[in-house]
Write a protein that binds this ligand. Structure first.
Ligand SMILES: [Zn+2]
Length: 233
């Protein structure tokens, strides 16, 4: 992991100041939560970030069979259409910092994967460009991938694939533009050679991002490449 920081054993005046700042921030958030109770990321009900009703709805929403001809990919599956609760959940998860949604969304993927029985050796999230990840504070695909790895007992490796150049947001482009936007945007590492890879993303639309990832992985000798997403638009 690149973001790991080493923790000093003796606190310097700096870190004491930092601790004070953190305590002040915690008190401030506690006060804010008291005045504006946190709302469910999906329906906005005043509750925790995911209310019991939305959690149940996510769990009960049937898995939709979805597969797409994507050439370089062996098979692609999305757990449902990108609308209603699934769309709200993905948006809150991706844009509103509702990282708590990783677990219930990954649970849908796990359910699908248990049925699909794909033989994969390593789980790789679709990477964000470093700047964008720093801006957002997390990569939503990586959070999903970690949950999948823990649940499925398959190795997780975010280092196997890197986004080597900034790309425009796919959602704003036409299908043709999407393809050229992500072409050569990814680079895989040699360690994927001979391994079957499960690519993880939040939404699949035309599949051009997954395809570009699969091409990069295969260039380094990866075996079958599969793709799983929460929803398909
Ligand atoms: Zn809710």
């Amino acid at each position: 992991m690149n973001n790991e920081v080493s923790i000093a054993t003796t606190p310097s005046p700096d870190s004491l100041l930092l601790q004070l700042e953190r305590s002040a921030a915690r008190a401030w958030h506690w006060l804010l939560d008291l005045i504006f109770p946190p709302a469910c990321g999906i329906c906005g009900r005043v509750d925790f970030r995911l209310c019991a009703g939305c959690r149940r709805e996510l769990d009960l929403l049937p898995l939709k069979d979805y597969s797409k001809e994507l050439n370089e990919l062996h098979e692609v599956f999305a757990t449902g259409k990108h609308r209603h609760i699934l769309r709200n959940a993905v948006r809150a998860f991706k844009y509103d910092g509702a990282t708590e949604l990783a677990e219930p969304l990954a649970a849908r993927m796990v359910k699908a994967l248990r049925g699909l029985q794909w033989k994969v050796d390593v789980i790789v999230p679709v990477p964000l460009f470093a700047d964008r990840e720093a801006e957002r504070g997390y990569n939503q695909a990586a959070l999903l991938g970690r949950h999948l790895s823990a649940e499925m007992g398959v190795i997780y490796s975010a280092d196997s694939l890197k986004r080597v150049r900034e790309t425009s947001q796919q959602a704003l482009l036409t299908p043709e533009e999407r393809q050229s936007n992500v072409r050569d945007a990814f680079e895989a590492c040699e360690a994927v050679k001979g391994h079957a890879v499960l690519l993880v993303d939040d939404v699949v639309t035309t599949g051009s991002t997954l395809r570009a990832c699969a091409i990069a992985l295969k260039e380094k000798g990866a075996g079958a490449v599969y793709g799983i997403a929460v929803s398909h638009a």
